[in-house]
Design a binder for this molecule. Structure first.
Ligand SMILES: *Cc1c(COP(=O)(O)O)cnc(C)c1O
Length: 302
């Protein structure tokens, strides 16, 4: 499908890290498939294969107004020859100009269907899915966020041979599909830490149900108020990080994770000599939409 080359590793050079004797590298999944937003292509890969094998010509999926998953599904559909239907949360969105995420999705050929929040809430209801199939299908259905068993399998390919020397692998967490894939493919003593991008008290228990075995944990406390929420502190951190390292982060996932990792380094949570690998899962396409919101709030732009 796409040439399989490993994502480049980039060492992060900051005085804080050398003071604490901790090494941090970012795995730039965002550079591998810029149009497909890092981990979202990983999650789609085996689903695209299954859709093709099952004879589907259309992919149908769900997402919010700034969804990386909708954006990536539209790009993948275009690249691999599927029609795409995006069910979007919020009927009010149909009445104003499309934001950059949805405009890209439409430019890649995605049919956008705007639903009220009430209707959207039925997205996993079998009868409702049947109705969508009837109206827009036959379609291969991907859940919101793109996480299913095949997505976890795809995320199991993020770590490669070259990553075995790291003691700890960190990733942001939305649905937990990426974390699950990493936890399954971590080697030996390697531990995996997930940084939730949302306020989710029950997340750990829910994830325990389907990420078997020990070796992984969640680090809550760096969600900055919830999913898609940002503060001046987070934005200023991201700007400073980009200036010092040249690495752009996204405001919904990777910005919060890297903030969390460096805060833990500052607090002395990691022993000297620790080698950390953080997965840059992409999401940079969302910066344009976030900047529209930052401007309204009078915050600095990314
Ligand atoms: C979707 C997404 C995540 C979260 O992945 P999950 O598998 O849902 O936990 C992390 N980072 C980026 C950039 C994403 O788009």
């Amino acid at each position: 499908m796409v040439p399989e080359c490993p994502a480049p590793l980039q060492a992060v050079d900051l005085p804080l890290l050398s003071q604490r004797g901790v090494a941090l590298s970012l795995k730039r999944e965002d550079l591998r498939f810029p149009q497909l937003s890092g981990n979202k292509y990983r999650k789609l890969k085996y689903n695209l294969e299954a859709a093709r094998n099952q004879g589907f010509k259309t992919l149908l999926t769900f997402g919010g107004a700034f969804s990386n998953h909708l954006h990536a599904t539209a790009a993948a559909g275009r690249q691999f020859g599927f029609a795409t239907v995006g069910i979007v949360r919020g009927e009010e969105l149909a009445r104003s100009p499309l934001n950059p995420t949805l405009a890209d999705a439409r430019a890649n050929g995605m049919q956008l269907v705007f639903l009220s929040r009430e209707q959207y809430r039925m997205k996993d209801d079998p009868a409702f899915l049947q109705e969508l199939q009837h109206r827009y299908g036959p379609a291969y259905v991907l859940p919101e966020g793109g996480t299913n068993a095949l997505a976890v399998k795809g995320c199991g390919e993020i770590l490669g041979e070259a990553d075995q020397g790291f003691d700890l692998v960190c990733c942001p967490v939305g649905t937990g599909g990426t974390l699950a894939g990493l936890a399954q493919s971590a080697r030996g003593r390697q531990r995996v830490q997930g940084y939730p991008a949302l306020r989710a008290p029950g997340l750990e228990t829910a994830l325990k149900g389907w990420i078997p075995g020990p070796g992984w944990e969640l680090v809550p406390g760096y969600h900055f108020g919830g999913y898609g929420k940002v503060t001046r502190e987070l934005i200023e951190f991201m700007l400073a990080f980009r200036e010092k390292t040249g690495i752009p982060l996204d405001p919904v996932y990777t910005g919060k994770m890297v903030f969390g990792i460096l805060e833990e380094v500052r607090l002395g949570c990691f022993p000297e000599g620790m080698r950390i690998l953080a997965i840059h899962t992409g999401g940079l396409q969302g910066i344009r939409g976030m900047n529209m919101r930052l401007q309204k709030k009078g915050l600095p732009l990314l």
